[in-house]
Design a binder for this molecule. Sequence first.
Ligand code: SAM
Length: 245
Amino acid sequence: MSLPADERGDTAPRSLSWRLDERANAGRENLDAIHVARYDAKEDGDPLDEVRLLRSLGLDARSTVLDLGAGTGQFTLAVAPVCARVIAADISPVMQELLRQKVQASRHGNIECVCAGFLSYEHSGAPVDLAYCRYALHHLPDFWKAHALVRLGNVMRPEAVLRLWDVVYSFQPEEAMERIESWCATGATGIETDWTRAELEEHVRDEHSTFTWLLEPMIERSGFRIERADYSADGIFARYVARRR
Ligand SMILES: C[S@@+](CC[C@H](N)C(=O)[O-])C[C@H]1O[C@@H](n2cnc3c(N)ncnc32)[C@H](O)[C@@H]1O
């Protein structure tokens, strides 16, 4: 069956019942006001180091930046002083509310907060020069990750940079049980300032982190060229620099 033009790719009407409900898949904790209020104490994304890296890759005062899955805006707030425009998009209204408060307090005039996700964000204005996605893509099952990457590529200019970090497993399938158990064993007991064992278990069980050797061909097939891939020694985290072809 062939779909009419407006039902192909990223222009598919949202009413189609087979579409993923992004908000329902946003992660229980990201819709929980108590977790969101604690988030910055639990997670520090080294945003200034990231901005330094991205400046060496071409980020400058003319750049349009899309922070997709922006959360509390750690990267958004760090990049705003060095670029022209930042769009901070997130599917969680709870995250967006905190982000809006932080943006207002920062007085940066070039940040736009948008409550939308990988599958629903609609871009307007100059194409994106830098897309930033940290610990967000794993909320989508693999089929939808590929669609999200295609949609993202569609709003980026050729050679624009995609900086992607996530929980992505670089070990082999036969090592999985041992590696995952070792990671979960690093979970803290106090919930205030660190990730607990229960939260790490929930990540593995209920979210959609995948293997590097599945995600990387997906990134390439979706219209990007991977320039750099860094894996943590425990095989749990990966960071990529890719460029839109
Ligand atoms: C672990 S937080 C990371 C936040 C931020 N990127 C950071 O590094 O601090 C994951 C974020 O992804 C968001 N998220 C989940 N599913 C999403 C989707 N489909 N589209 C956009 N954002 C999504 C969540 O609401 C949450 O804010």
